[in-house]
Design a protein around this ligand. Structure first.
Ligand SMILES: [Zn+2]
Length: 99
């Protein structure tokens, strides 16, 4: 039988502790001790802000690697929504004229 290592005593009680979301500043009760954000969308929003350049680089790389694929997708999307685009452009122009 091995001796069990002594458990370090925690001065803090794991009571309901609230935290302030690092993104939106909302007070919330974390489910996990290391939870820093009130919800997933705040986590990803913060991540996006902090890793803007990293993400931009990755997107750029992806676009360069998949240029033709993306162009084909765009083309297809445009053709599928031609009427919608035309309608939108028309509305936009009318709006501009009215000003
Ligand atoms: Zn939040």
């Amino acid at each position: 039988m091995e001796d069990k290592p002594e458990k370090p005593e925690k001065p803090e009680k794991p009571e309901k502790r609230t935290k302030v979301c690092e993104h939106c500043g909302k007070v919330f009760t974390p489910n996990a001790n290391n939870q820093k954000f009130c919800k997933e969308s705040c986590k990803s929003a913060k991540y996006r802000i902090e890793n803007k350049e990293k993400i931009a680089k990755r997107v750029k790389k992806y676009r360069e690697a998949n240029k033709e694929k993306i162009a084909a997708q765009k083309k297809r999307y445009y053709q599928d929504n031609k009427n919608k685009f035309a309608e939108r452009t028309k509305k936009y122009r009318e709006k501009k004229k009215a000003k």
